[in-house]
Design a protein around this ligand. Structure first.
Ligand SMILES: Cc1cc2nc3c(=O)[nH]c(=O)nc-3n(C[C@H](O)[C@H](O)[C@H](O)COP(=O)(O)OP(=O)(O)OC[C@H]3O[C@@H](n4cnc5c(N)ncnc54)[C@H](O)[C@@H]3O)c2cc1C
Length: 614
C-alpha cells in the first residue's frame, strides 16, 4: 500500500488563512481579527510561532520607526531613504503605506510589554540611527506571538505548507493550501476564502561561507527556505525584483550585525594596513553608477562594493575598529549586549577565537547572497497598492493582493518595498490582514471550491520522497548512497554550488554573465528533474525535501531575473560582467516574471517605476 494512503487527512476550513507565523504573519492574524470579528482566522506555521522566523532569537533594535509624534521623520522621508538605498527602484506607494502606519505598530509592541529603551534626556525612544530604535528584544517574538495567538481562531504549529490550492471553478483564484505535520505526519488540507502568505525570505540558495559542520552559520535564518516565493510562483503570481539579492557586511564567522556598532558606538572600518579605504574607490564607483555614489547615506550595496574591491586589491582583511569605542565601559556593554540579545553565536565565536573587541579589531566579511523583501533589498511578489495612494497601474484589487485573486502577502513575501524590517513586516501584515477581511466580506456566498482530486494528487506528491526512500533503500549495499534517490542534503549542496558558480555567489566574487546564467539555468533544469527522485528517510527529511523544492523554484526565478536585467544595478550585491554599468536609460524599471506551471514557461517584462514622493 502506498505510504500516502496510510496518512490521515485533516480538513480545516477558515475565512482567512495565514501561511507563516513570523512577524508579518502575526501582524496579519492580529489585524484580521480586529476587522473581522466574526471571521474564522487560521495561522499555519512550520515551527512554533513562539520562536519562529528571522526574529526567533530576538533583536536589539527595531529598524523602522518614524517617530512622527515627536516630529522626527515623516513617511515621505522614509520613502526617499529606501529609494536612495535601492538605487532608485522601490514601490513608493507600498513603502509610504507601511511608513505611515509603522509607528502605531511599535506603540502596540510597547503596550504588549516590549521594553523599548528611552533617551534619558529627551524621554523619547533611544535612537540607534535615524530610523532605528533600541530595544531589550530577547523576548520580542514571544510578545508578538502572544497577540497573534489571542487573535487567531486557531494556530496550527509544526505544519509545513507545501502547495497552495486553487479554486476548481476559477483558475486564478486561491482556495487554500496543503501541508503535513512534521511531528505526526498527518496530511492537512486548509480550505480558505483568502490566503496571506507570510513565509519569510530565502537563505541557503547560494553556497554559504561556512560549510560542513558550520553550514547553519548563515546570516539569514537557515530555516528561511523560500516558501514565500515558491508557493505564489507555482500558482502563477507575478514576482518582481528577484534579481535584487542582498549581500551583508557582517562580523566574520558569526554574522553579528554591524548596525549598532556603526551607528551607536561610532566604530569605523579600515583595511589590513590601518587605512580608510572607502574614499579610494569613489571615482571607480562613480564610473559604474554615476551620481548614485554621491547620495546620502551611501547606498548599502556601494559600501559593500568598496569593501570587496579593497579585498580584491589584496589589502584585506577589513576590520572594524572597536578598540577605541570599547574603552568606554558603557559602549563596551552595549557592544556585547547587542549580540547577547539577538546573535549570541557572534559572542561565542569571538570568545572561541580569542577576540576581545576592546583589544583586537574584529574582521568583517561579506555574506553569501540571500533573497528577501524586508531588508536593504526588495525581492518578492508583485502586489496591488493602497487605493488612496497607488498609481492606477499598481492597483488591480485589494491592497497587498498579488496577481492571483484572494492571494495576499506581507513582509519578506512582498517585493518592491525595502527597509520595512521587523516592525514594517508586522505592519504590512496588518495591512494585508485588513484587506483580506474586505475581500472575504465582499465575496459573500461565492466561496472557492477545492477539488478532491487535486487534494488526493497532492497528497501522493507530498509523501512521494518517503516512498522513494522506502523502496530505494533496498538497493543500498553499503553506506548511504543509493542508485535510485538523492538525499535532500545532496540536492541542497548541488543547488548552492550551481547558484554560487553561475549566478554570482561568493565563489565567483558575486560576478556572473549571460553565458554563465544560461548554463546555470540548464543545470537547474537537470536538478529539477532529479528532484523527483529525492528520498526522505523520515518526516524531518521530508520537510527538508519540500524546503529544497521551494529553494529550487525561487533560485530559478532569481536566475531568470538576473539574466533579464542587462545592467549592474547594485554593485556590491552582484555584477553582470557583460553589462558592468548601471543603465538608467533602459533599466530604471521593475522586472516582473510569471511562471506557467502547465507549460513550464516563464515570461519576463518591465514595469514602470513611479516616483510619487518628490
Ligand atoms: C540576522 C537578522 C537580523 C535582523 N535584524 C533586524 C533588526 O535589528 N531590526 C529589525 O527591525 N529587523 C531585523 N531583521 C529583519 C526582520 O527579522 C525581518 O524583516 C522580519 O522577520 C520579516 O518578517 P516575515 O514575517 O516576512 O518573515 P519571518 O519573521 O522570518 O517569518 C516567516 C515565518 O514563516 C514560517 N514559514 C516559512 N516557510 C513556511 C512553510 N512552508 N510553511 C509554514 N510556515 C512557514 C517560518 O517558520 C516563520 O515563522 C533581521 C533579520 C535577520 C535575519
Amino acid at each position: 500500500m502506498a505510504l500516502s494512503t496510510r496518512k490521515k487527512t485533516v480538513f480545516v476550513d477558515s475565512d482567512i488563512l495565514v501561511v507563516g507565523g513570523g512577524m508579518a504573519g502575526c501582524g496579519a492574524t492580529y489585524e484580521a481579527r480586529y476587522w473581522g470579528r466574526d471571521l474564522s482566522i487560521v495561522c499555519v506555521e512550520k515551527a512554533n510561532i513562539e520562536r519562529s522566523g528571522a526574529v526567533a532569537q530576538g533583536l536589539y533594535a527595531i529598524n523602522c520607526y518614524m517617530g512622527m509624534h515627536w516630529g522626527e521623520n515623516q513617511p515621505e522621508d522614509h520613502v526617499r531613504y529606501a529609494r536612495n538605498d535601492l538605487m532608485g527602484l522601490v514601490r513608493e506607494d507600498l513603502g509610504y503605506d507601511i511608513a505611515r502606519h509603522v509607528d502605531s505598530t511599535v506603540h502596540k509592541f510597547e503596550e504588549w510589554g516590549l521594553p523599548i529603551m528611552r533617551n534619558p534626556e529627551t524621554g523619547r525612544y533611544q535612537r540607534e540611527g535615524k530610523w532605528q530604535i533600541m530595544i531589550h528584544g530577547e523576548s520580542y517574538k514571544p510578545i508578538v506571538a502572544e497577540a497573534a495567538r489571542k487573535a487567531a481562531t486557531q494556530i496550527y504549529n509544526r505544519i509545513m505548507v507545501t502547495h497552495l490550492l486553487m479554486d476548481a471553478g476559477n483558475a486564478n483564484r486561491i482556495a487554500g493550501c496543503v501541508g503535513f505535520n512534521v511531528r505526526t505526519g498527518d496530511f492537512y488540507v486548509f480550505r480558505a476564502k483568502a490566503v496571506i502568505v507570510c513565509a519569510g525570505g530565502a537563505s541557503h540558495i547560494f553556497k554559504p561561507r561556512a560549510v560542513g559542520e558550520g553550514m547553519g552559520r548563515t546570516w539569514y535564518a537557515p530555516w528561511s527556505s523560500a516558501s514565500a516565493y515558491a508557493l505564489p510562483i507555482v500558482v502563477g503570481a507575478k514576482m518582481t525584483q528577484m534579481e535584487n539579492r542582498i549581500v551583508l557586511t557582517r562580523f566574520k564567522d558569526g554574522y553579528g550585525p554591524v548596525g549598532a556598532y556603526f551607528l551607536h558606538l561610532k566604530t569605523y572600518t579600515q583595511n589590513a594596513y590601518g587605512e580608510d579605504y572607502e574614499a579610494k574607490w569613489y571615482e571607480h564607483t562613480k564610473q559604474m553608477v554615476g551620481d548614485y555614489v554621491d547620495r546620502h547615506p551611501v547606498p548599502t550595496c556601494l559600501r559593500n562594493h568598496a569593501l570587496l574591491e579593497e579585498v580584491k586589491a589584496g589589502r584585506g582583511p577589513i576590520r572594524m575598529v572597536t578598540t577605541h569605542a570599547f574603552q568606554d565601559p558603557h559602549k563596551e556593554q552595549v557592544g556585547w549586549e547587542n549580540f547577547l540579545g539577538m546573535t549570541i553565536g557572534q559572542a561565542v565565536v569571538w570568545a572561541s577565537q580569542n577576540i576581545d573587541p576592546k583589544h583586537t579589531n574584529p574582521e568583517l566579511t561579506t555574506s553569501e547572497p540571500y533573497v528577501m523583501g524586508s531588508h536593504a533589498t526588495c525581492s518578492g511578489a508583485w502586489a496591488s497598492g493602497p487605493s488612496d495612494y497607488a498609481p492606477a497601474e499598481y492597483q488591480w484589487g485589494y491592497n497587498r493582493m498579488m496577481t492571483v485573486d484572494g492571494l495576499f502577502g506581507a513582509g519578506d513575501t512582498i517585493g518592491g518595498t525595502a527597509h520595512k524590517f521587523s516592525s514594517g513586516s508586522f505592519t504590512e501584515g496588518r495591512i494585508a490582514g485588513k484587506a483580506a477581511v474586505n475581500y472575504v466580506n465582499d465575496m459573500r456566498s461565492g466561496q472557492p471550491q477545492v477539488s478532491d482530486k487535486e487534494c488526493a494528487a497532492l497528497k501522493k506528491t507530498v509523501y512521494q520522497p518517503m516512498e522513494n526512500y522506502r523502496i530505494g533503500r533496498n538497493e543500498i549495499v553499503g553506506g548511504t548512497v543509493s542508485p535510485s534517490y538523492i538525499l535532500p542534503i545532496h540536492g541542497l549542496q548541488r543547488l548552492e554550488k550551481i547558484m554560487d558558480e553561475y549566478v554570482g555567489g561568493i565563489g565567483a566574487n558575486y560576478t556572473t554573465n549571460e553565458p554563465l546564467l544560461t548554463r546555470g539555468l540548464e543545470l537547474l533544469q537537470m536538478l529539477k528533474e532529479d528532484m523527483e527522485h529525492v528520498g526522505a528517510e523520515d518526516l524531518h527529511q521530508l520537510q527538508r525535501t519540500w524546503e529544497l523544492h521551494h529553494r529550487v523554484i525561487a533560485s530559478e526565478s532569481v536566475t531568470r531575473h538576473t539574466l533579464f536585467r542587462t545592467e549592474t544595478r547594485w554593485p556590491g550585491y552582484y555584477y553582470r560582467a557583460d553589462h558592468p554599468k548601471l543603465d538608467d536609460a533602459d533599466w530604471h524599471c521593475f522586472t516582473l516574471s510569471r511562471y506557467d506551471r502547465h507549460t513550464n514557461a516563464w515570461e519576463l517584462e518591465k514595469a514602470p517605476v513611479y516616483h510619487i514622493v518628490e
